[in-house]
Write a protein that binds this ligand. Structure first.
Ligand code: MRU
Length: 343
């Protein structure tokens, strides 16, 4: 993408660390981190330095490939695979909702299984590169499908961040906008700030404006008014997991946008790679929702305490949008409309 000098996640040239843009510092600072230790890789995911379901998957692939390379010299041959498996389990305990993390870890372990440490490390890196390359292709295909859903001059409302930072290149929920802008279409976006961690204000507003899209930032509680005034043609969001019946988990607040969209007759579209579909979850009730710390909501982006000390709180990081509220789910395989059945 023009507005990012490299993908938000990539391996170092020597394969001994994984490099990420620290998304917690954007948009004020573009800082790259080079990570090689299990604890710092875990922390990068849990602190949202690397975030967005597909980017977490790509990161997990490279992180485990790097660990496989580094374990080659530091553990006995016989314990190599169990050491790598333990590290995969540890990394997978960093966040529970995005299924891409678990898929990527599974793929790396499968690639490494039954091989000598050296061969396993090489196979793990090949698999990680494949996960990354597949995501680039998937995002591109999703974006092409997305573009068929809007006309030139359209205004889209989006929630959280589903662009290049959260994936690779075009993104999922933002892909159609980015591709459309590249083709000279005149597109506009309303961007929900996305409390509590402000992925919309910090990341989406930054990405879309750098790509030349006409962006208006709004607080989460303003989306209803914009729809009531007829200013939104469609809602585009990404997602972290899709259940077999089409219920989708995405950033907290997505459900409210979907309810509003239904009320005001605005189409509500969910974009994701097909690997985000988890048929083992029959409905959204089976999806584990991450609960995060008090500070994220009692303070303003960790900066200043705004709520009374010790106040009772709840901070679910995701919610589930009922399939009945979704106009279509778009993957690299096409545009799926109700009734959804992903078994
Ligand atoms: O907590 P986050 O920032 O990782 O949440 C991310 C989202 O909810 C995204 O919308 C989702 O992962 C799709 S990213 C293409």
């Amino acid at each position: 993408m023009q507005y990012l000098e490299s993908d938000s996640v990539r391996p170092a040239a020597d394969g001994r660390s994984v490099i990420i843009i620290d998304q917690t510092l954007l948009p004020q600072e573009i800082k790259y981190l080079s990570l090689s230790q299990p604890e710092e890789m875990f922390e990068a995911i849990s602190s949202l330095r690397v975030r967005g379901a597909p980017a977490i998957g790509i990161f997990a692939g490279y992180a485990l490939a790097v660990r496989a390379r580094l374990l080659c010299g530091s553990v006995e041959k016989d314990s190599f695979f169990s050491a790598l498996s333990q590290e995969a389990d540890y990394l997978c305990s960093s966040r529970p909702t995005a299924v891409n993390l678990f898929h990527a870890a599974e793929r790396i372990l499968k690639a490494a299984d039954g091989k000598s440490p050296e061969a396993a490390a090489a196979a793990a890196m090949n698999e990680a590169v494949l996960i990354h390359e597949q995501d680039i292709d998937i995002c591109r295909r999703i974006s092409e499908y997305g573009l068929t859903l809007i006309r030139d001059g359209a205004t889209v409302l989006t929630h959280c961040n589903a662009g290049a930072l959260a994936t690779s290149r075009y993104g999922t929920g933002l892909g159609a906008l980015l591709l459309g802008a590249e083709r000279g279409m005149k597109l506009s976006a309303f961007v929900d700030e996305t409390r509590p961690l402000l992925q919309g204000a910090r990341l989406t507003a930054w990405e879309l404006s750098r790509a030349g899209i006409d962006v208006t930032l709004i607080c989460d509680n303003m989306a209803g008014l914009m729809m009531q005034q007829g200013r939104i043609d469609a809602c585009f969001v990404g997602c972290d997991r899709v259940a077999a019946n089409g219920d989708t988990a995405n950033k907290i607040g997505t459900l409210s946008v979907a309810v509003l969209a239904k009320h005001f007759g605005v189409p509500f579209y969910v974009f994701c790679p097909s690997t985000t579909i988890d048929p083992e979850c029959r409905t959204g009730a089976d999806i584990t929702i991450e609960q995060r710390s008090a500070e994220e909501i009692t303070g303003l982006y960790f900066d200043r305490q705004i709520a009374p000390e010790g106040i009772r709180y709840e901070n679910p990081a995701f919610d589930v949008t009922d399939h009945e509220l979704i106009t279509a789910i778009i993957t690299e395989n096409g545009i799926f409309r109700p009734p959804f059945c992903f078994e």
